[in-house]
Structures are given as C-alpha cells and as structure tokens.
Design a protein around this ligand. Structure first.
Ligand code: 13P
Ligand code: SF4
Length: 295
C-alpha cells in the first residue's frame, strides 16, 4: 500500500485503554488530552496512533504536515457520532449567548461545528474560561453533567450521547465491588453515570485517576473505567492493588489494536489518515482553542 516506515521516523502514541503489549511498545502512553499535546509537540514526520479513530483524526487535524496512521482504522468510538448538525443548528438558532462545546470523543465533522473542543482532563477549566453564559455540551451527557455541577455560574444544555461502556456502570455493581474490597478507594471516569460518580473519591480523566492513585495514601483502589488503565496503574504504583468495578469493563474497539496491526503500519501496509480540508480547517480552530484555554 505504501513505503515502509523507519522506527526513528515515527512517534508511537498509545491510549491507556490499548492492550498491554501495545502500551508497552509505545513511545508515550496517555489520556486523550496528553496524547493530542504530545502529537503537536513531536518533531517526527510520522505519528502512529494506537487509539480509536477520533484520536488519529484529531492528531491529523492538529498536525496537518505529519503523516498519521491508525493501526486499526475501524476501531471507532461509538460516541463519536452521537450528536447531529441539525441539533447544533437548532440550538444556535434558539439560544442566545451560546457556546457549543464538543467532547473530543466526536467526529471531525462535529468538531468543525463547535466553538471549542474539550477532553475529560480539561473540560471544567476550558468551559469556565468561555465568555458565554449558555453551554451546549455534546455528545456526552454524563461528562456534561459532571462539568455543569462544578460551574453553577453557567447554564447547560446537554446532548443525549454517552459511552456505552462507562454508562453501563451501575450502583449495584459498584456497591458489590466496594463490599468485596472495603478498604479500596473508588476512582471513576467522568463518563460514568452520576450515581457512580457520587460514590467516588476521585472523578476525572484516565490520567487524573492515575495521578490520584500515585499521590494517595490508599493501598487499594477500585476503578470504574476501561481495564487497560490497570497496566499503567500497576506499573506506576507497584505497592498498591487495583481492581475494576466489573470484570468485563472493556472497550471492544480499543482492544482491536494489536502489536501485529502496529507492525503492519511500519511495513507500509496502511493508509494515512485523511480529513476533508474544509472540515479540518474549522475543527483545527476548535481544537487549538482547547489547547490555548487549557494552558
Ligand atoms: P480520557 O480522556 O480519560 O483518555 O478518556 C478517553 C475515553 O475514551 C474515555 O472513555
Ligand atoms: Fe469510546 Fe467508551 Fe471506548 Fe472511550 S471507552 S473509546 S468513550 S467507547
């Protein structure tokens, strides 16, 4: 399909939800915010992004001069399309003094229609710095509610999207896990439903959960997020114990990414990510605004 890629030409990025062997072989592992930042800072001409498609797409939009490859282009976050242009246009016409805030787990097309992009690591800070009083937060209703609870000075309208894997976390499974591990602190991703978040000692992004566990005096932790994060938690905190709140807390799309798929990229057997230039120009503005406001 193309020329092989030298290992020295490429920055290999992996999300914390990628399989352990993929994380182990990456140059940098992070949450979606840190990965986007690292892509921008890189001086390598190639990025191999071991994540779902919106992550590679965002890296290409932010770094148009680089060749960006997704080892598995059809590893796709189902939340990415859980909002529509029609809904955004309707809200813009109906509500004055409105900012359309789009979670990074979204298609490039949705980002292009937004005023600013956020990730779970920076959403509170970025939205707090917007001048608009009214916020239309899409697609994730759970992350939106988490942000809204911390910014009472803003008025929020929410989308109807969610992560099917995090939204499926229930109070009963969390309570059962806490009963089985009575000394454990609960760390919840902000994509979890409100009742699960309300039981947590920490709520935030994957990187936030890892940082909390590292600095905490706790010895045992339950994590309400995708099980891939256990790899970095155990690597960084060897004396502490970590468990997920349910045995199958897994994102099937993230788990499609294999070391063999990464090797195929290096062998030249993959096409680089392309984003329509009209969409990319507008999406880049919204992503760059996130990077500025999150500083
Ligand atoms: P982070 O921004 O915490 O990496 O989360 C991304 C994601 O897809 C969560 O499900
Ligand atoms: Fe999307 Fe959920 Fe998978 Fe994250 S865990 S990539 S939000 S489906």
């Amino acid at each position: 399909m193309g020329h092989s890629i030298g290992r020295g030409e490429a920055l290999v990025l992996a999300h914390y939800y990628a399989p352990d062997a993929v994380q182990a072989a990456a140059d940098f592992v992070g949450d979606s915010f840190a990965l986007a930042q690292r892509a921008v800072e890189s001086d390598k001409p190639v990025i191999v992004f071991c994540g779902v498609s919106f992550m590679g797409e965002s890296a290409k939009i932010l770094c148009p001069e680089k060749r960006v490859y997704l080892p598995v282009p059809d590893a796709h976050c189902p939340m990415a399309d859980m909002a529509s242009e029609k809904e955004i246009l309707h809200m813009r016409a109906a509500v004055d003094d409105l900012a359309v805030v789009v979670y990074v787990n979204s298609s490039a097309r949705l980002k292009a229609l937004s005023d600013v992009v956020v990730t779970s690591a920076n959403a509170v800070k970025v939205v707090s710095r917007l001048k608009e009083k009214n916020i239309y937060f899409i697609p994730d209703k759970n992350l939106g509610a988490f942000v809204a609870a911390q910014l009472p000075e803003k008025h929020f309208y929410f989308g109807h999207g969610c992560c099917p894997i995090h939204d499926a976390a229930t109070v009963s499974e969390v309570d059962a896990a806490m009963h089985a591990h009575p000394r454990a602190l609960l760390l919840a991703h902000a994509e979890c439903p409100a009742q699960v978040r309300s039981r947590a000692a920490f709520v935030g992004s994957t990187a936030g959960m890892i940082a909390f566990a590292e600095r905490s005096d706790g010895r045992e932790f339950l994590v309400a997020t995708e099980a891939g994060v256990l790899y970095e938690l155990r690597r960084r905190c060897p004396g502490k114990q970590f468990f997920t709140t349910r045995a199958d807390f897994l994102c099937a799309d993230m788990k499609k990414i294999t070391p063999e798929a990464v090797q195929r990229v290096f062998a030249g057997d993959a096409a680089p990510v392309e984003v329509d230039e009209n969409i990319a120009v507008r999406a880049r503005r919204a992503l760059m605004r996130m990077l500025e406001l999150a500083r």
